[in-house]
Design a binder for this molecule. Structure first.
Ligand SMILES: [Zn+2]
Length: 283
């Protein structure tokens, strides 16, 4: 399931193909994904220039010159593929159409962007750019973890009196947007905080220390995604999934990597999801 760094990598990969470029034609091959597509979606996209491609949490937002914004969510299994050879930039030939190619954008620069999603948990919607933040999916979101509104005081306030485990508190999209299971595990490991500890019982200084740690964890992953983009020409044009090694996630039974710690990584289930942590150095 793509997390924030993967979505940011997709956004960066799409940018040269889409930003400043007119959508010549959009093929919408079915009526819905997770939810029905907006009315006349293909028509509303056709002929529009993508003025800006931005990201909010795990949503990609394409601001169009019509005053509408196309919201794209990759869901569980959504993939974006760029093909075509405009200006020699996108070295991938257009692939044969595949079964789950639900939406295809034909760009005026010759690029073709294909959205493929076998499980159809993805979503697309068209909203007014001016009031985009009021959209039901966006209005519930807390600050961006890499933005200025996510700071120590914010997290300290948000955790005050909270009885839920810190793991759940950090997954709460209203506290901080876009954090998912993998990067919460990694951040708590770096912060030496047990995922089981109640959010409200962690000292303010340790909570505050999580803020720069969360930023670094995400930035490291975005950097790894950036290297995958540089290899993009050799790959198959598919964006967003890249090799990245984790310190704790998926390392059950392996030795803890913290210097001087002889612990072993454990896996527990919290709210139906796996938490990986070292019980010796994460307190
Ligand atoms: Zn350890």
């Amino acid at each position: 399931m793509p997390e924030l760094p993967e979505v940011e990598t997709v956004r960066r990969g799409l940018s040269p193909a889409m930003e400043g470029v007119v959508i010549q034609r959009a093929d919408v091959n079915r009526p819905d994904l997770r939810w029905p597509f907006p009315e006349r979606m293909a028509e509303r996209l056709t002929g529009q220039r993508v003025d800006r491609l931005r990201r909010r949490s795990k949503y990609i937002l394409a601001d169009l010159n019509s005053g509408e914004t196309l919201l794209i969510h990759l869901g569980m299994s959504g993939r974006m593929t760029v093909s075509g050879d405009p200006l020699g930039q996108f070295a991938h030939k257009h692939p044969m159409p595949e079964k789950h190619d639900h939406v295809v954008f034909h760009m005026a620069n010759g690029a073709r962007i294909t959205f493929n999603d076998p499980r159809r948990f993805g979503a697309m919607d068209l909203l007014s750019t001016a009031t985009a933040e009021d959209h039901k999916l966006l209005s519930v979101l807390g600050p961006e973890p890499l933005g200025n509104d996510f700071h120590e005081q914010h997290l300290i306030e948000a955790f005050k009196g909270k009885n839920s485990p810190v793991k759940s508190a950090l997954l709460d999209q209203g506290i901080v947007a876009g954090l998912g299971n993998i990067y919460v595990c990694e951040a708590l490991y770096r912060g030496k905080v047990s995922p089981r500890r109640k959010a409200g019982q962690i000292s303010a200084s340790r909570v505050g220390a999580l803020v720069p740690i969360i930023r670094h964890v995400l930035q490291d992953a975005i950097e790894a995604g950036g290297s995958s983009l540089r290899d993009f020409r050799q790959a198959d044009g598919e964006l967003g999934y890249f090799q990245h090694s984790f310190d704790v996630y998926g390392r059950e039974g392996r030795p803890c990597r913290t210097g001087g710690c002889s612990g072993e990584i454990k896996r527990i289930t919290q709210s139906g999801r796996s938490s990986f942590y070292c019980a010796q150095c994460q307190r």
